[in-house]
Write a protein that binds this ligand. Structure first.
Ligand code: SAM
Length: 242
């Protein structure tokens, strides 16, 4: 099928595949200045604990170079450096997201680019991370292939992403919070309720823990595993390149 006729999820809607990148970009353009505040409010601050779990799972070392993909305002990269990592490159397709998180720390480097075609040589990084980025990407398998390519042999990839909740009571509360409260918060804080409707819906149509693991295996990652956090509201997936 010609690419221009292929359909893809955009939240609960189906759209033409070549429209997703632009629509996602519009969303992050519109919320970038309030993105960090909205993360704190919409997750009641819990996103910080999830991100800390990701950093703990890396246990940064003074000889490790990190690439944080879809890095946005740079939480992961900054924490990696603070926790003892050598250097961190933050890549995002959206200049404004990088701009609002910009720090003058010379161990951090900012790259505007698309993770489906990384502007980076092969075998370059000890660790690659992506936090809450993968579900916004049009061709996720291509992105995973690229991540594999830029990792050094012996390097590890860690992905933090919303996933499938495995506790019925938590799911009830979580659905209520997601569909009734978060879009309203989005309207008040960013004046863009639709952006947060998309973000909430996109979580529900994202591959679950096992399907995402299979995608990592398909991109040749080895020793693929995952750990649920907060009853599977998010999951930490990881895989090695050998
Ligand atoms: N990692 C940050 C965090 O955890 O707070 C930001 C996550 S934000 C939900 C998703 C980010 O993915 C946005 O900054 C967006 O611009 C970026 N993004 C979306 N598509 C991308 C692509 N194809 N390549 C690189 N970045 C992309």
């Amino acid at each position: 099928m010609k690419n221009s006729f292929k359909k893809i999820d955009f939240g609960f809607k189906k759209i033409n595949i070549n429209k997703k990148e632009k629509l996602v970009n519009n969303i992050f353009n519109s919320v970038s200045s309030k993105y960090d505040l909205m993360n704190d409010l919409s997750s009641l601050g819990i996103h910080r604990l999830w991100k800390q779990e990701l950093i703990n799972s890396i246990a940064p070392q003074p000889n490790q170079a990190l690439l944080d993909i879809a890095g946005g305002t740079g939480d992961i990269a900054k924490n990696f450096i603070k926790s003892g990592g050598l250097s961190a490159d933050i890549l995002d397709i959206n200049y404004k997201m990088l701009f609002y998180g910009k720090s003058n720390d010379n161990r951090l480097r900012y790259i505007v680019g698309n993770c489906e075609k990384l502007p980076i040589k092969s075998n370059a990084y000890d660790r690659v991370t992506i936090a809450f980025g993968l579900r916004n990407i049009t061709n996720r398998q291509l992105a995973l292939n690229e991540i594999y390519r830029v990792l050094k042999p012996g390097g590890r990839f860690i992905c933090l992403e919303f996933s499938k909740v495995n506790d019925d009571i938590i799911k009830k509360f979580y659905d209520l919070w997601s569909f009734k409260i978060i879009p309203k918060l989005g309207r008040i804080i960013t004046k863009n309720e639709d952006a947060y409707k998309y973000l909430v819906e996109s979580i529900r149509v994202f591959p679950d823990q096992d399907d995402l693991s299979s995608m990592l295996v398909k991109s040749k990652f080895e020793r693929v595993k995952y750990k649920n956090l907060s009853s599977g509201i998010v999951a930490l997936h990881s895989g090695w390149k050998f």
